[in-house]
Design a protein around this ligand. Structure first.
Ligand code: SF4
Length: 478
C-alpha cells in the first residue's frame, strides 16, 4: 500500500525437532513480509544456547545461506519489524534476547503490537539494569527476565497480566516455544501442525507456504506452550471490560487476503466489502479497478455487484517495497509513479470507479486520481472500503496523528475536491460490519468511532492527538 501507515510486525515460531527450523522460519517470515519491512530476525535454540541473527531490511536482504547455517536447533522464532515504538535501527530489530542467570535460562521474544502502559511499567523497574529499553518489546523482555517464578510459565503468568495494549508474542526458551495473545485479541496469532512439530504465526498464509496445517487461532488471553510433552493451553489474562477488540484493519487491509482470521478467509470478506460499496454508492461508469493489491478483491466485489466490468487499469510494481535506503528528492517526487502504472489503452475516455482500502492523510489518493486522469480517464469515482478515519490508533498502527487525518477535519465533499475525484463514497460502518459477517462487539473500531476499548496512557494520547508531524509520506511509500 502506498499510504503513510503500516502494520507493525509479523511473528513466527516453530517447534520441530529434527527439522531445519531456521529455514522454515525464513520462509514463514517471507510469507509475512507485508507486515513489516524495516528489519528481520531469527532466533533458535539447540537446548543449550540461544543463537540469533537480525538485520535491517527485507527477509531476503537480512539472511544469506551462511546465516541460516549458523542458526541450529529444534526451536526457532522470527520477526519482521515495522517500528511504531522506538527508532528504526539495528539495535531495535527483533527477536530480542533476554538474559537471566544462568545464561541457559535466557529467552528470545518477538512482538506484534503496542503497549499503552509503558510509562507505568517503566516505573515498576526497581533495580538498575544493563538491558537497552527503547521499545515496548524490550521492556517486555526485561520484565519477563526479572520476574519471580521457578520456570518460564510462572514468570509469564506473573508478568503478562501487567501488560496493557496489543500484543501477539512468540517466546523461545531453551526447551519450549510459547505463543501469547493479549486478552482483547487485537492482533492475530494462529497455531499450525507441521510434521511432528508445531508452528505459530501472525497469519495462516505463513502456514500454507511451509506446508503446515492450520489448527486454530490462539485465543485472546491464551498462553500456548509447546514442548516435548505437546501443546499446553492456559488462559492467563482477561480483558478489563470482558470484551474483544480485534483490529478491523486486519480485515480491510493489513492481513493477506489468503489468511483466515476469526474463522473468515479474507478474500471473500473483501469482495463483500466491495459489493456493499456498490449498494451504498452506485454510479454510472464504464470500468471498475481496484488499487492493487490490497483493494483488488474489493474492486472485483464492486464490479460483480454493480455489473460494471472489472479491469486491471492500474498495475503495481511489486518489487518497490519500503527500503531503508532513502531515495533522493528527485526520485521521491516521482511518488506513486514508482509504485503504480496506469494503462491509457484501457482508461482513455472512460468513466472509472476506483476502489481503495482507505484514505488516511489524503496525500496519496490525489496522486492516484491524477495518474488515472493523465492516462485519459474521463471521470474518476473513488470508493473506499473503510469508513472515514477520524481518530489515531494507540494499538500499534503507525497511522498518523489526529491532526494529520484528513477525515478528522474535512467533510466527504471537501475530501472529494481535494483528491480530485468526481465523486467519493466511504463504506458505512454498519455496511462494513455486515460485509465482514461477524458481531460488531468483537472488533476495535476506534479509528472510526473514537471509542477506545483499551485505555491508553496520557502521554500517548497527547502525542497522537497533537498537531501534524509533517508530511512523511514521500518517504514511507518507498
Ligand atoms: S484503532 Fe483502528 S487501526 Fe488501531 S487497532 Fe483499532 S481498528 Fe485497528
Amino acid at each position: 500500500m502506498s499510504r503513510s501507515w503500516h502494520e507493525e510486525c509479523g511473528v513466527f515460531g516453530v517447534y520441530a525437532p529434527g527439522e531445519d527450523v531456521s529455514r522454515i522460519t525464513f520462509f514463514g517470515l517471507h510469507a509475512l513480509q507485508h507486515r513489516g519491512q524495516e528489519s528481520a530476525g531469527i532466533a533458535t535454540t539447540d537446548g543449550k544456547l540461544i543463537h540469533i541473527h537480525t538485520g535491517m531490511g527485507l527477509v531476503s536482504q537480512v539472511f544469506r545461506e551462511e546465516h541460516l547455517r549458523r542458526l541450529p536447533g529444534k526451536i526457532a522464532i522470527g520477526h519482521n519489524r515495522y517500528s511504531t515504538s522506538g527508532a528504526s535501527k539495528p539495535g531495535n530489530a527483533q527477536p530480542i534476547k533476554g538474559q537471566r542467570r544462568p545464561a541457559s535460562e535466557g529467552i528470545a521474544l518477538a512482538h506484534n503490537g503496542n503497549l499503552v502502559n509503558t510509562q507505568e511499567l517503566r516505573r515498576r523497574l526497581k533495580k538498575p539494569h544493563h538491558f537497552p529499553v527503547e521499545t515496548d518489546s524490550q521492556l517486555m523482555a526485561l520484565l519477563l527476565c526479572t520476574s519471580p517464578g521457578r520456570d518460564w510459565i510462572e514468570r509469564v503468568r506473573h508478568t503478562i497480566p501487567e501488560f496493557r495494549g496489543s500484543y501477539s508474542l512468540v517466546l523461545l526458551t531453551r526447551d519450549s516455544l510459547m505463543g501469547i495473545r493479549d486478552p482483547y485479541g487485537v492482533r492475530p496469532l494462529c497455531l499450525g501442525r507441521l510434521r511432528g512439530g508445531w508452528v505459530l504465526a501472525s497469519e495462516s498464509c505463513a502456514l500454507d507456504h511451509i506446508g503446515s496445517q492450520f489448527v486454530r487461532e490462539v485465543e485472546p488471553g491464551e498462553l500456548v506452550c509447546i514442548d516435548s510433552r505437546g501443546v499446553t493451553s492456559l488462559m492467563i489474562a482477561q480483558p478489563a471490560k470482558g470484551g474483544r477488540a480485534l483490529c478491523m484493519f486486519e480485515f480491510i487491509y493489513f492481513a493477506r487476503p489468503d489468511s483466515i482470521i476469526n474463522g473468515q478467509l479474507l478474500y471473500p470478506v473483501r469482495q463483500a466489502m466491495g459489493a456493499q460499496l456498490a449498494v451504498e454508492h452506485p454510479v454510472a461508469a464504464d470500468l471498475v479497478i481496484g488499487v492493487p493489491d490490497s483493494a483488488t478483491a474489493a474492486g472485483i466485489g464492486y464490479a460483480q455487484a454493480s455489473g460494471i466490468p472489472f479491469v486491471e487499469g492500474l498495475l503495481k510494481n511489486r518489487y518497490v517495497g519500503r527500503t531503508f535506503i532513502e531515495p533522493d528528492q528527485r526520485i521521491r517526487e516521482l511518488g506513486v509513479q514508482l509504485k503504480f502504472n496506469a494503462l491509457p489503452e484501457i482508461l482513455k475516455g472512460k468513466r472509472v470507479v476506483v476502489v481503495d482500502d482507505s484514505i488516511v492523510r489524503g496525500t496519496t489518493t490525489p496522486r492516484i486520481v491524477a495518474l488515472l486522469r493523465r492516462a485519459g480517464a474521463r471521470e474518476v469515482h473513488m470508493r473506499v472500503c473503510a469508513p472515514p478515519i477520524r481518530y489515531p490508533c494507540f494499538y500499534g498502527v503507525d497511522m498518523a496523528t489526529q491532526g494529520e487525518l484528513i477525515a478528522a477535519h474535512k467533510s466527504t465533499p471537501e475530501i472529494a475536491t481535494i483528491i480530485g475525484a468526481n465523486t467519493l463514497g466511504y463504506l458505512n460502518l454498519d455496511g462494513l460490519i455486515h460485509a465482514v459477517g461477524l458481531p460488531r462487539n468483537i472488533f476495535c473500531l476506534a479509528c472510526f468511532t473514537g471509542d477506545y476499548p483499551i485505555p491508553s496512557q496520557p502521554e500517548m494520547e497527547r502525542e497522537l492527538t497533537a498537531v501534524p508531524r509533517g508530511d512523511r509520506e514521500g518517504i514511507s511509500i518507498l
